[in-house]
Design a protein around this ligand. Structure first.
Ligand code: NAP
Length: 250
């Protein structure tokens, strides 16, 4: 190992950015990797690696070549592939890995959550539950809903999905969050939304839609997170920093 330990943060979340900023104050080399899907990612202190590694083998090579000492997987809760790749590549070199994942949303009194195990389940259930759903799964995953006939789908996302990935009866609402309560209430009311579809991303940035669904007595088709992988976990950047300091003897 080089004298300055290198830490790889698999990023793309606000938690990853916060951790990189905290680590920039310490005598470590910090590399944050991004999938490269966001056109203008926020500023991140330290080195940046953009784009995939090339599967498990590519990530494993990167860990060896860059002499990575510790890995923090701070990717989105639904980014299953990269998390699994990280687990396997780290195991190959016996590099320790921490999963940094914000807590999932929990139902509040008055919530009517219908759970879906994944996006396929959500698309299968949706036509039985509503006439005018608001679907907020993002443009990359909207294709799961393309074969739905019947409900008039309102789909909110940042970027236009391809035409062949849309269901026949849908309205695309192009908007970038965060959205406040007033905004969400007006949207639900304007389109007479009768079901909210969302992944359980967690965090505080985008939960006004959950408050509004509860207040309007509208059910939520909640797509549950994939099963957690084995290994140590942190819920905040501060917790992750404590773990790293302990491992580095700082
Ligand atoms: P993924 O399916 O786990 O990853 C697919 C591939 O992208 C990986 O195998 C890897 O390519 C590359 N990759 C992903 N994250 C990377 C990172 N941090 N650094 C370097 N390479 C990375 O992840 P995803 O395609 O990003 O997303 C999967 C799910 O997560 C979708 O449901 C998506 O909507 C959701 N997601 C949501 C948000 C959000 O802000 N709402 C953000 C991210 C993801 P190689 O195999 O070539 O290394």
């Amino acid at each position: 190992m080089n004298e300055t330990p290198a830490i790889l943060i698999l990023g793309g979340t606000s938690e990853a950015r916060t951790l990189a900023a905290k680590l920039s104050q310490l005598p470590v080399r910090v590399i944050t990797s991004l999938a490269g899907r966001t056109k203008r990612p926020a500023e991140i202190p330290g080195e940046i690696h953009t784009g995939g590694f090339g599967g498990i083998a590519g990530l494993s090579r990167f860990i060896a070549v860059e002499d990575i000492h510790l890995v923090v997987d701070a990717t989105h809760p639904f980014a299953e592939q990269i998390s699994r790749n990280a687990m396997l590549a780290c195991a190959e070199w016996q590099v320790e890995r921490l999963r940094l994942e914000r807590p999932a949303w929990q139902p509040q009194p008055g919530d009517q959550w219908i759970h879906a195990g994944n996006l396929e389940d959500a698309a299968r259930l949706l036509p039985t539950l509503c006439k005018r759903p608001l679907v907020t799964v993002g443009s990359n995953d909207f294709h799961f809903f393309r074969d739905i006939h019947g409900p008039e789908i309102y789909a909110r996302m940042i970027e236009e999905p391809p035409f062949d990935e849309r269901p026949p009866s849908c309205h695309i609402l192009l908007e970038r969050g965060p959205f406040d309560h007033t905004h969400e209430m007006a949207l639900f009311s304007r389109h007479e939304i009768d079901l909210l579809v969302t992944k359980n991303s967690g965090g505080t940035m985008i939960d006004a839609k959950l408050d509004v669904a509860r207040e309007r007595g509208i059910p939520v088709l909640m797509i549950d997170r994939p099963a957690a992988l084995p290994g140590p976990r942190a819920a905040t950047a501060a917790e992750a920093l404590d773990w790293l300091k302990m491992k580095l003897d700082f």
